[in-house]
Ligand binder design. Sequence first.
Ligand code: E4P
Length: 217
Amino acid sequence: MKFFIDTANLDQIREAQELGVLDGVTTNPSLMAKEGITGRNNILKHYVDICNIVDGDVSAEVIATTFDEMVKEGEELAELHDQIVVKIPMIKDGVKALKYFSDKGIKTNCTLVFSAGQALLAAKAGATYVSPFIGRLDDISTDGLNLIAEIRHIYDNYAFETQILAASIRHTMHVIDCAKVGADVMTSGLSSITGLLKHPLTDSGLEKFLADYNKGN
Ligand code: E4P
């Protein structure tokens, strides 16, 4: 499973990259705003800064909601850097834009996906990634993980190449459960990645090993 980090915070992206397990980055307008990145030029520059830190795909979301505007904005984003993936919302014009970019060989990430039907449409339109938001489903008492499993089943039935990018990951158990049901990628905040490191038996075991070593030295 690929690990993406879901943030626009450059320090956190660097930290995940230095850990050696990072395969890409996802951003969205809210994550940009959280870092105080506003204004078109600053946002575009920030995408390039992110691409210069990581080796993998970097999702950059369009603000446009009509086909023509999405194409214009998406092409501008794609030209910024060859790691850019154009992130497009699951709306009617978005499906058309996914198909347009797919035909042109430009990578896409279909975002705001909350149902298997939406994921099926994204795959039919040739999306590179589909992003089901599991945390937001859990928030409304709907089983987010079950959606990942449903999409996995459907995509495997027809050998769709669209990669399932489990998004809106809130904690380490989401990461592990997504790996169990076969998500291709998960995107989360840094704490859900570094949280995988932790186990009290590792800490106490290491403490004992070091103490025993020091007895003889
Ligand atoms: C995905 O690409 C989104 O940026 C993200 O995972 C949304 O997560 P949230 O529900 O925590 O805002």
